[in-house]
Design a protein around this ligand. Sequence first.
Ligand SMILES: [Zn+2]
Length: 504
Amino acid sequence: MKSFLRHLLILLIPITIFGQRYDQEKLEELAEKYTKQSFTELIDILSIPNDAIFPESLEENIQWCEKAFGNRNFKTTRIPTAVAPLLLAERKGKKAKKTVLIYLQIDGQPVDTTRWFQKSPYIPVFKEKEASGNWKTLENYDLNNYQDDWRIFARSASDAKGPVAMFLAALDAISEKNFEPNYNIKVIMDFEEELGSPRLPQAVIDNRELLKSDMMVIFDGPLHITNKPTLVFGARGIATITLTTYGPIVPQHSGHYGNYAPNPAFGLSKLLASMKDDEGRVSIPGYYDGITLDEDTKKILRGVPDDEDFIRNKLQIADIDKVGSNYQEAIQYPSLNIRGMQSGWINEKARTIVPSWARAEIDVRLVLESDPHRLIKLISSHVENQGYLVLDREPTKEERLSNKRIATFTHELSYQSFRTEMNSDVGIWLENALEKAFEDDIIKIRMGGGSIPISPFVNTLGIPAVIVPTVNMDNNQHSPNENLRLGNYRDGIKTMIAILTEKL
Ligand SMILES: [Zn+2]
């Protein structure tokens, strides 16, 4: 019996290997073909302005998506909210037992057109890096002979219309082969992601039945910095705080009143400085409570091939904050970050004044273990403990006259963090698909540092979620000159074909 099995195995192994190779080659070929075919559609979607601060500009994006998915036999439904709707596109699979909910983000960050090295962030251009390191706009180019290192520059090229175009291309590729996934697909499109998806949590609660699914896949975000196939099993949530301190009611001449009228910028600086120790750790007691990383978790975190010398070199920083002992560990904790500060005027507008106020904008990236309300309370109590009268509005004259230190503290909780087990059904399914596509080890990240509005789905629908990133890390997302590397675009399409063809 034993030797029979051995013979059978010997016979079977080459077949399996051959089968996998064949699959991989077929995938490669299909991805290549549909990369070239889909450039027109990629350029098309990137040409529509999508800054969600202007809801009227979103309508064209919504209609574009309705048409794109409608053409591919999806039924689309607008889920209304007070401002921009969410869009749901559904397609049933043959003999499907399970439903996969796919999240796509359509809106983009605001643009400062003066800082883009092209006519408009909404007129995509292709560029190539010169030996000098500068990006040169391609004039006469043939996209049928595109090079992997060429990039398309436009707002949302990477974050996250690129992945939308990849997904549409992958759907076309499988339909050419008459292949149908053995699961139902629901695609949820968010048009307010860059605003923090303020209306999404309620919309998910109100449409629980409509969105009912077994698991969630998010096509968003950059690959690990090595640009190797990556899966991300969680993301930090986010809350924001605005903190203002006060001096004289209007700015005063610094010659007449310097040494006399207290300066709110010094007050704010001290307050902020008191929140962290010299090693970059939050010094407010209890801030990191509840987070313990056991040996297994630490092993998973160490398994991510981060080259920290490279990161420090790229960021040009001599030392790092000592929250965790490495990069991956650091992002398992909540952050406390000053994202901007203002008081008086600076640069050519600098004036010799004692400013009347100073303000810091703060963001707090959240992790699963820490209750966001508790963290916010800890920070506001800390301000109080420094002798401040803490208000959620501007102070009155009476309050100004009777309190030496006054701060306005307002906050907004966008959404909580989420995290999925790596050995969950959805995790294993995606890992199998990616392994087939790339014949390579998959980099598995326990939790990404950035935030995406997935916890409302995870918590309300009770489903696990995993992020499948595709774009290059150095894509300038949220900044001028956002771009997408064409090799990543093709591999993204390949990734999505692999997922669509992987049995669930
Ligand atoms: Zn973004």
